[in-house]
Design a protein. Structure first.
Length: 181
């Protein structure tokens, strides 16, 4: 009986390792696939950020130029925080809170259509997250000058998907986002 349990544990570990490798390979393929020689140049990166900002303005009601996104990875998921650059800007804080509260509800239901609309449907991690309804604990909270969404799961493949998704957002939002490290 013990050998069976050990084998099951090894099999589960191998599946988790394989899932992480597949996600990493997919992210690499995504970034290579969307990068051209022009994209690697400063003007290509600026054009991508401008394109994302334009699409973002149709989804996010707050002003990207007056806010900062922070994506902190954790061992069980991560913490996404959006704050107004001016802590006294009550209007930006209100808009951030309304948006992230609604997004947390959609994400918990597996609806990641807003990030797909901003960053593209092939965004790293997005497919796994969209199929994860109920497998990730998603909690909204208010923070000074904004709001946060906490993502937590014991599923290693979903943790990897969240981390890839965070990396893609930091890359796409440029100066308006960081890993908060």
């Amino acid at each position: 009986m013990e050998a069976h349990d050990s084998g099951s544990s090894k099999t589960a570990w191998l599946y988790a390792a394989l899932a992480v490798a597949v996600f990493a390979a997919g992210a690499l393929a995504f970034f290579i696939g969307r990068m051209t020689a022009d994209d690697a140049s400063p003007s290509g990166l600026a054009a991508r950020e401008a394109d994302v900002a334009t699409r973002g303005s149709t989804v996010m009601p707050f002003d990207l130029e007056q806010t900062t996104h922070t994506f902190q990875k954790t061992s069980d998921g991560g913490l996404q925080t959006v704050t107004a650059d001016d802590p006294d800007d009550a209007e930006q804080s209100r808009l951030i809170r309304g948006h992230l509260s609604a997004e947390a509800q959609r994400f918990a239901a597996g609806d990641f259509s807003d990030p797909a609309g901003i960053h593209g449907a092939a965004m790293p991690g997005l497919a796994a997250l969209s199929a994860s309804a109920g497998a990730i604990t998603i909690e909204y909270s208010e923070v000074p000058a904004g709001a946060a969404i906490r993502y937590a799961t014991s599923d290693a493949a979903l943790v990897s998907a969240l981390h890839l998704w965070f990396d893609a957002q930091v890359s796409d939002h440029g100066q308006h986002a960081s890993h908060g490290e």
